[in-house]
Design a protein around this ligand. Structure first.
Ligand code: ZN
Length: 296
């Protein structure tokens, strides 16, 4: 038997896996790749963002409800999932920002917090790992810590000197950052909506981006575009499974799938570490790896 390809996606909260790289995961899973989502926190400080779910009994049982939502999303995407067991920091709001709650993920020492992820990497033995860039993709302390912990674990998992008690070393071969909202993608969707005679929800966002040219736009850093338009519906279904976190009438779902599939049928990534030869641009997270494994 030849070796099966394995992909690990590290995310901060339950629901993040369904909005960042979800269609890519669904596609790889459908193609026979083993896909594991590692969820850093339980999402227990997430606000209820769906008006229909904002009820006292939901708030009171939020931890269990979010676990059940995650189980449903995992099934829809066709992936495996593991909890790393950290406590959600919540998104601090106000001026000045309040301190983070004691014991939360955002306050952890990344070397210490890498322990469960190193252990999981050595157990699951992923060829490819995805995570967030150093800004977290958006400035949530858990997203920034998710980046730090992923980098620390990627460097340590293959080193027999590090964490020897956590199992046999395993070195993943490639590490990617999820690329989210680039200006080019927003503009393409905006124009796609206008061309279809629909109102674009991006007008204001594009104007804001105009005010600060170049800032925060990681479009030029993209190395890898994975075709996955066929799985956008699966992605949206998984996202809707996180019913407390996602308003089914919200912004996310305003762009007809047909337009998304036509104007931007890929999910995009930045290749930041590779131990194999894989010239960029590329269209497959496993480029350079498939070739080196025995034929399936
Ligand atoms: Zn999150």
């Amino acid at each position: 038997m030849s070796e099966q390809l394995r992909l690990m996606a590290v995310h901060a909260h339950p629901d993040d896996e369904s909005s960042k790289g979800a269609a890519t995961m669904a596609r790889y899973a459908a193609e026979g790749v083993r896909v594991l989502v590692a969820t850093c926190t339980g999402g227990e400080r997430g606000s209820v963002l769906n008006p229909k779910m904002d009820r006292p009994e939901v708030q009171a049982d939020i931890t269990n409800i979010r676990r059940a939502e995650m189980a449903k999303a995992r099934e829809i995407l066709g992936v495996e999932q593991a909890w790393l067991g950290f406590v959600d920091s919540g998104l601090p709001e106000g001026d000045p920002l309040p301190p983070l709650p004691e014991g939360c993920f955002g306050l952890m020492d990344p070397v210490e917090a890498a322990v469960p992820l190193v252990e999981l990497m050595r157990e699951f033995r992923p060829h490819v790992v995805t995570t967030y860039d150093e800004t977290g993709g958006y400035p949530h302390p858990d997203h920034i810590m998710c980046h730090k912990v992923s980098m620390a674990a990627f460097e340590a998992a293959g080193d027999p000197e590090r964490y020897p008690e956590l199992g046999a070393p395993w070195q993943p071969l490639k590490l990617y950052y999820n690329s989210g909202w680039t200006r080019a993608r927003m503009l393409a969707l905006h124009e796609g909506m206008l061309a279809a005679g629909l109102e674009s929800p991006y007008a204001e966002m594009l104007e804001k981006a105009e005010d600060r040219p170049g800032r925060g736009d990681r479009g030029p850093r993209i190395t890898t575009r994975v075709e996955c338009g066929e799985y956008f519906k699966v992605r949206d279904d998984a996202l809707r499974a996180h019913a407390t976190q996602v308003d089914p009438d919200g912004f996310w779902f305003h762009i007809p799938l047909e337009i998304q599939q036509r104007v931007w049928p890929t999910e995009d990534f930045e290749l930041v570490r590779t131990l194999v030869d894989s010239p960029v641009p590329e269209s497959d997270l496993f480029a350079g790896i498939r070739e080196s494994l025995p034929a399936r």
